[in-house]
Design a binder for this molecule. Structure first.
Ligand SMILES: *[C@@H]1O[C@H](CO)[C@@H](O)[C@H](O)[C@H]1NC(C)=O
Ligand SMILES: *[C@@H]1O[C@H](CO)[C@@H](O)[C@H](O)[C@H]1NC(C)=O
Ligand SMILES: *[C@@H]1O[C@H](CO)[C@@H](O)[C@H](O)[C@H]1NC(C)=O
Ligand SMILES: *[C@@H]1O[C@H](CO)[C@@H](O)[C@H](O)[C@H]1NC(C)=O
Ligand SMILES: *[C@@H]1O[C@H](CO)[C@@H](O)[C@H](O)[C@H]1NC(C)=O
Ligand SMILES: [Zn+2]
Length: 230
């Protein structure tokens, strides 16, 4: 019945998630100040989340998910992560960044209870909205803030296989967790994060960062590759 060509993953998602709708909005958020932090600082760190992805995984990794954990009191990145596709299905960017911070705090001889306390001072920036697994980890940690770029809805629309539950819904169901609450800010700098996720299932979409289209034997269509990688 479908007259157009869709990636198999997109097709599956289309049939299983017909009721999932969170509109993308284009509000002007430049005046937004949350926890005393101006919007320009949000933009700066969201760009650094993208940069962390590029420095760890190259200019156009298929799994374009990058995360940094930021201490806004000292105005610095504490640790970073990406989806390294290690084969361990839990190693999304957020989990790898949380693991990196935990290892860092252990190396500072912090006790477990000191580490549990530390999350409440930190902000996690991730260039795409967290899946329910990672959103749950963010709430279990009790981060001070959670800031994301591209929405799950966007990635669903462009063909990704996703779990169609917004972080908003996970957070709504997490209010009784003990410890810290978490401020959530979504759709930050999507004009720069969306393009990183839009080429994987759409051969017409331009590659980011001067990558080039190349036929992928494993996928059976063209994907973006770093022309300088070899
Ligand atoms: C966005 O809002 C800011 C003030 O918060 C204003 O200075 C700016 O002109 C607005 N930009 C657009 C494109 O409307
Ligand atoms: C952590 O503890 C070990 C063993 O007591 C000690 O050698 C090391 O210097 C400590 N590291 C820091 C960063 O305090
Ligand atoms: C964040 O930075 C402040 C100021 O430097 C410092 O006192 C605090 O220990 C840091 N928190 C964490 C969890 O690193
Ligand atoms: C994306 O939008 C921000 C404003 O939120 C702007 O400063 C930036 O230049 C835009 N990026 C691109 C690549 O157009
Ligand atoms: C694929 O990308 C092209 C170029 O940006 C765009 O015009 C088209 O709408 C996209 N197709 C889908 C299914 O998103
Ligand atoms: Zn995840």
């Amino acid at each position: 019945m479908l007259a157009f060509k869709l990636a198999p993953m997109a097709l599956l998602a289309a049939f299983t998630a017909a009721h999932f709708t969170v509109p993308n909005d284009d509000q002007n958020m430049s005046g937004l100040v949350v926890n005393g932090i101006p919007y320009s600082t949000r933009v700066k760190y969201m760009r650094l989340a993208n940069e962390a992805l590029f420095s760890q995984s190259g200019p156009c990794p298929f799994a374009a998910y990058g995360t940094i954990i930021v201490n806004h009191t000292s105005d610095e990145i504490v640790c970073r992560g990406a989806n390294f596709r290690t084969g361990d299905p839990t190693i999304h960017g957020e989990i790898s960044a949380i693991n990196a911070c935990t290892a860092h705090f252990v190396s500072l001889n912090m006790t477990a209870s000191e580490i549990f306390q530390a999350w409440g001072q930190l902000s996690i920036y991730t260039n795409a909205e967290s899946c329910p697994m990672c959103a749950s980890a963010i709430r279990w940690a009790g981060f001070k803030e959670y800031i994301y770029g591209t929405t799950i809805q966007h990635n669903y629309n462009v063909g990704w296989g996703v779990i169609t539950m917004a972080s908003y819904d996970v957070f709504q169901q997490s209010r009784q967790l003990p410890g810290f609450q978490t401020s959530m800010l979504g759709q930050i700098l999507t004009n720069e994060t969306d393009p990183l996720f839009s080429w994987q299932y759409n051969e017409s979409y331009p590659c980011p960062n001067n990558c080039v289209r190349q036929y992928s034997e494993t996928r059976g269509y063209t994907t973006c590759v770093d022309p300088n990688a070899k």
